[in-house]
Design a protein around this ligand. Structure first.
Ligand code: RM4
Ligand code: MN
Ligand code: MN
Length: 438
């Protein structure tokens, strides 16, 4: 089985593997598609409009999600997984090839450092990929780093440490410019583990002072995405702990600063879809880190634990999109850790779950919903959402993939290609490498 240039990609799954797997499933797929078309027609929707909208959805892939993740206890790497950013690009190109809605990668520095960013960009472009938001990392110490982030970074009590963290973020912007990226995501682990360890007000003030310098370094057409997180690694207080602090910081910094919502970064039971609505209403919803969680920042596959929540989030996003009339373009990205699955399979499944939540949100009968809400017809208003959520939209998703040259069943096709096994023959592998826990 030769790996050849196809559709702008240098390597990938041979086209005949996709064609063959799709041929196997086509008859059933078309029957399902017709059935869904008829169902949607009965509620006044044209399936072609829905498919066309699904085809516009784009979600960035996290470079740190391509290798097996781990917990505090261990990591169990997989033979054939990528060893560097170039090999990660190859894998992302395959996810894009099969899923059709993940055309960009979100990089994390210094993890993804390369000698030549122009060459890196060309390599990605040759694989049909671009770059999403750049992520800085001031939550770990790196080799040869002068000052430690043990007690914080952008909000550190010492000006020299803050300066070092600012410079790292400015360097990330520089790298991003070379790569053609348009946003910088800043998440800091800054916070405290003990009451009294730090002063809440002073540390936020210092954080803002640092962020003002980073903001001033942004190109005009860039966004600065502020990612909040309630706890971890700090377990008593966190400097940017919730969407309240995040939006205050974004408003203080200016137009180009917006908030990024990572679905796993909230207290249990928090109404995340409502946070999404609020941020969108005030023009500050800049981006997303999709994942799922049961307990905390679990970084599980999108839609694997609470698909209803994912749907309700997209219900707000579709409403915001409608209200903004085309001026609403948050950067959608995944942020997941794949500890016990093949990362590429998890990303394929997650892409499908995210697109599915979007598709279901698109078929909500908004006029009927508004009328029921106006009449305080609670059950019927709720059923409007339920009906959309319970609709099986898989055939519309598959059609969107097929029209982009992708697979009806991405995971079956990926397995049929033996991609991972073939990579295991050429990529170096150290089963005892336990680092890289995200
Ligand atoms: C954090 C946060 C950030 C990500 C790191 C790896 O919890 O979600 O977005 O950059 O993990
Ligand atoms: Mn995140
Ligand atoms: Mn996280």
């Amino acid at each position: 089985m030769g790996y050849v240039a196809i559709a702008g990609t240098l390597q990938g799954i041979p086209q005949d593997v996709i064609t063959r797997d799709n041929a196997r499933l086509m008859e059933a797929h078309l029957a399902d598609y017709d059935a869904l078309a008829a169902r949607l027609d009965r509620i006044g929707l044209d399936i072609e409009d829905i498919v066309a909208k699904i085809m516009t959805l784009e979600v960035g892939l996290p470079s740190w999600g391509l290798v097996t993740g781990g917990t505090r206890f261990s990591r169990y790497p997989l033979a054939g997984e990528p060893n560097n950013i170039f090999e990660k690009i190859e894998d992302c190109a395959v996810v894009q090839q099969l899923a059709g809605l993940t055309p960009r990668m979100s990089l994390h520095f210094p993890w993804d450092k390369a000698d030549d960013y122009i060459a890196l960009r060309q390599y990605a472009e040759a694989h049909g990929l671009g770059f999403d938001a750049i992520n800085s990392n001031t939550f770990q110490d790196q080799k040869d780093q002068k000052r430690s982030y043990k007690f914080g970074s952008l909000s550190h009590s010492h000006p020299a440490t803050r300066q070092q963290a600012v410079e790292h973020n400015l360097e990330c912007i520089e790298i991003g410019r070379k790569l053609g990226s348009k946003a910088l995501t800043v998440w800091v682990g800054d916070g405290s583990n003990f009451p009294g360890q730090s002063e809440f007000t002073d540390s936020l003030e210092r954080y803002l002072d640092s962020m003002r310098v980073v903001y001033a370094g942004l190109p005009d057409d860039w966004r600065l995405l502020i990612e909040h997180k309630m706890f971890e690694p700090a377990f008593y207080s966190t400097v940017v702990q919730d969407w309240g602090t995040s939006i205050l910081c974004a408003q203080t910094l200016g137009e180009k600063a917006q908030c990024l919502v990572d679905l796993g970064h909230h207290a249990q039971g928090v109404n995340i879809e409502m946070i999404v609505a609020r941020l969108a209403q005030f023009g500050k919803l800049g981006g997303f880190h999709f994942n799922d969680s049961k307990y905390g920042d679990d970084d599980l596959d999108s839609g694997s634990i609470n698909p209803f929540q994912l749907f309700l989030v997209f219900n707000e996003l579709v409403y915001a999109e409608k209200r903004a009339k085309g001026r609403f373009r948050p950067a959608y990205m995944m942020d997941q850790s794949h500890n016990v699955t093949d990362p590429m399979e998890s990303l394929l499944n997650s892409a499908r779950a995210i697109a599915g939540a979007y598709a279901k949100a698109l078929i909500v009968d908004r006029a009927a919903l508004k009328a029921y809400q106006a009449d305080n017809d609670v059950i019927m208003a709720h059923n409007c959402l339920r009906l959309a959520f319970e609709t099986d939209v898989r055939a519309a998703l598959a059609m969107a993939r097929v029209r982009k040259g992708g697979a009806i069943d991405p995971i079956a096709c990926y397995r049929a290609s033996s991609y991972r096994a073939l990579k295991a023959e050429t990529r170096k592998f150290d089963p005892y490498l336990h680092g890289g826990i995200v």
